[in-house]
Every structure is written in C-alpha cells, then in structure tokens.
Write a protein that binds this ligand. Structure first.
Ligand code: URA
Length: 420
C-alpha cells in the first residue's frame, strides 16, 4: 500500500477501506508517513468528506492507537463532552450533580487552547487540585465516590494528538468527519458506557450554523452507537458566553454558586438538559423529565454541593478555599463602562473568548502559561438595559500590559441598541 495512492483516491472522491485507514493511522503514528502527506490527505478529506463507514473505521483506528480504559467493573459509567465554548463550565456543575444522583461520571478532559477554555485548567485553579491521576487512581476514585475528572493521559489516542496538531496548522480543523472521529476516538478509548455530547453552534463554536452542528451531532451519535455505546447529543447555542464568568478561577466560582442553587439561568438550563440525558444514559432515569426532577432534588437538598466538596478533597484540592469561595483572582481589575445608554444588543462569544485569552486566561500557543485568576465577569448580558457609564463587565489580569490590551479590545465585543 502507498500513502500517495490513498491521497489520490480521497482527492478524487473515493472511499477508503478499513485496511487503508488503519494503514495510514498506524503509519502516521509510527512516523513512517510524513506530515506533508498526512496534511494533503486531511485537506482531501476536508473537501471530499467521508462516509459513515469510513468515519467509524477512522474512529476505531485512532482509539486503538494508544491505551484504552476498561470501566466494565464500575457498572454504567457516563462521560460528557462539549465541542467547546466560551464560559462553558458545565462539567464542573454536571460532574457532581449527576454523581450525586447515583450515576458515576468518569471524565478525561483536555486543556484549553485558543479562545475556548479547558475544564482541566479550570480545576487546576483550585489550590492543591491534582488533575493528573494514574489510571489505577482514576478508576479507584470513580469506584469510591462516583466521580473523577482528570487530564487526558499522553497515551490516550496518540493518533489524535498528532493529527489534531497538524490540522491546527493546515486549516483542516473544521471538517465534520475529522472532528467527529477526533472526539469519538477519545470517548471510546476513555471507556464510558454512556456518552452525552453537547454540540455547540454559533460564533464561539467550531460549527457556526445549527445545521452543521446537527450533522456533526448525528455523525457522532451514529459512530457511538455503532461501537456499542449509548450515545446522545444535545445542540446548544454559543453566540454569547455561557453564564457571566469567563476565565479559570472565575468560572469555578460561578460553578460553586450554581451548585449552591444560585447559578445563572442560561448555564442552569444547559446543565439540566445535559444532566437529565446523562441520567438517562446511565440508566437512572427513564426520560428527561424524571431526570430533571432528580437533578432538582439533589441540588435543593445540598447533595450536589456535598459531592463537589468530596470530589475536590479526593483530588487533593483545598476544600476550605472552595467552601469560602476564596480562589486566586488576578490583582488588577478594571470595569469597562458603556459609552451610551440602551439595550445590550449582542455580545459576541468568540470576541469575549479572545478578550479573556488576551488577559491571560487562555493559551495563544500550547506553550503559553495561564494566569488562573484572569478573565472577564459580565455585569450585563444581551437584552439587559444599560445606562451610560454603567459597568458592562469587569476585566481581571495580573499583567498591566495585558489589561491595557484587553481594555482596548473590550469595547468591540458588544453593541448597544436603542430597542431590543
Ligand atoms: N475537539 C476535538 O477534540 N477534536 C476536534 O477535532 C475538534 C474539537
């Protein structure tokens, strides 16, 4: 078999067999197929697409490229994945909320890159919190308390790591077959029986249109089911940030409020929908309505909050700091005020994500170091009335130059209109 022939076949709109897909993934991981040939193939896929069988074969070939977890001893375990958003702290809320209803949650998560934050960076902003556990520790914790969230190990789907880094610099990220196989290979390797996918669309998401998000969601659900996993996808809009906080410790603080029953409405709506489906996937609820009733009861009784504290303690985090909401915040804080009165007409999620990254909350490159206390807290959300000189948002940073850069960006992330 020659890689050149496989590139040509895809370029001309043909379909690759399972054998051919395994050949190219194995060859790429082992360094026998060079980046330039893999890039040409990824670009051919970008334009020509893949059929469902090819996508499923690619997913399995990638999942098989590294270690895979066997969670069968732990009963029905669920995992959840979001395709990336701004201010998306749902995992921090959903993990304990769902676990407190009796369904175990085992999640391996990535670090953030670019304008979308990563759950692991958020958890790492809790003093002492260990995001790296051995496989044995991870499994033991899920068995003991029904919840663990850890950084993806280096050997989980190495094919995706290499291919994703290549796609990132060859303009081939936004391809539905490549996104679907990338996400699902990691979910399959991580071992959960139930998988709930939150597929975002809008300005802050990979998929700009609802229609593309639906195609991506259907593709991933079909792959998951074909591979024997109970897979459910929910679509949610990401045109404006979710909740009010964007940035690592700021988002943990908002998740704490949510677990104490004071979460913002948009965040809670997404959590209740995804959480109910997680309970369905875990066999604890027959339908979404009964799932939501269980979640409501757990939140109101304080069990979800207690589970969060148990989780933080199990992973070495400072529960006293969490209990008292004392997480490190960046020392430089400045309010951005409205230049005129009116309704906040829109606030672009992508722009707010880039603003938070500029302040130090995200990584511009893989090597960037995150400022855990940096970010943005929105005082107003689209639809709110605002007076001239009133604060729209507060910026947090530890670096004067970044704060100034953020300030010069901030007025461009929202618009004010005379009517709603
Ligand atoms: N998230 C992933 O894990 N992979 C992609 O390709 C895109 C988003």
């Amino acid at each position: 078999m020659r890689m050149l022939d496989l590139i040509e076949k895809k370029r001309d709109g043909g379909s690759l067999s399972e054998k051919e897909i395994r050949y190219l993934i194995r060859g790429y991981v082992q360094g026998e197929i060079p980046d330039y040939q893999m890039s040409a193939w990824a670009m051919a896929v970008f334009f020509r697409g893949m059929n469902r069988e090819e996508i499923t074969d690619l997913t399995l070939a990638m999942a098989d490229s590294g270690e895979q977890l066997d969670l069968t001893d732990l009963g029905k375990v669920v995992d959840k994945h979001s395709t990336g958003g701004v201010g998306d702290k749902t995992t921090l809320v959903l993990g304990p909320l769902v676990a407190s209803c009796g369904v175990s949650v085992a999640k391996m998560s990535g670090r953030g890159l670019g304008h979308t934050g990563g759950t692991i960076d958020k958890l790492a902003s809790i003093p002492g919190f260990q995001v790296e556990l051995s496989q044995a520790e991870f499994l033991a914790q899920v068995k003991r308390i029904g919840l663990a969230v850890v950084a993806q190990t280096a050997n989980l789907v190495p094919a995706d790591k290499k291919l994703y880094a290549l796609r990132d610099v060859t303009a081939t990220v936004n391809s539905i077959p490549l996104i679907a196989s990338s996400v699902m290979s990691k979910k399959i390797a991580a071992g959960a029986h139930g998988i709930v996918l939150d597929v975002k669309y809008g300005s802050g998401a990979f998929m700009r249109s609802e229609n593309d998000a639906r195609i991506l969601a259907d593709t991933m659900v079909e792959i998951g089911r074909a591979l024997g996993r109970e897979t459910i996808a929910v679509l949610s809009a990401m045109n404006q940030p979710l909740g009010r906080a964007v940035g690592n410790s700021l988002e943990v603080l908002e998740a704490i409020q949510a677990l104490q029953g004071n979460g913002p409405e948009d965040l809670m709506n997404v959590c209740f929908e995804l959480g109910a489906w997680m309970l369905v996937a875990g066999g604890r609820a027959a339908d979404v309505e009964s799932g939501q009733a269980l979640l409501t009861e757990s939140l109101a009784s304080g069990r979800a909050w207690d589970k969060f504290l148990e989780f933080v303690e199990a992973q070495g985090g400072d529960t006293e700091a969490v209990r008292h909401g004392k997480l490190p915040l960046a020392p430089l804080q400045v309010a951005v005020t409205a230049r005129e009165s009116g309704y906040l007409a829109d606030m672009d999620a992508l722009q707010v994500g880039v603003l938070a990254m500029t302040l130090g909350a995200g990584r511009q490159t893989k090597e960037s170091i995150i400022d855990p206390g940096a970010g943005v807290v929105l005082q107003k959300k689209p639809g709110d009335w605002i007076e001239a000189d009133e604060s729209v948002m507060v910026l947090y940073s530890s670096d004067q130059q970044k704060l100034e850069e953020g300030l010069s960006r901030a007025q461009g992330v929202y618009h004010i209109a005379r009517s709603k």
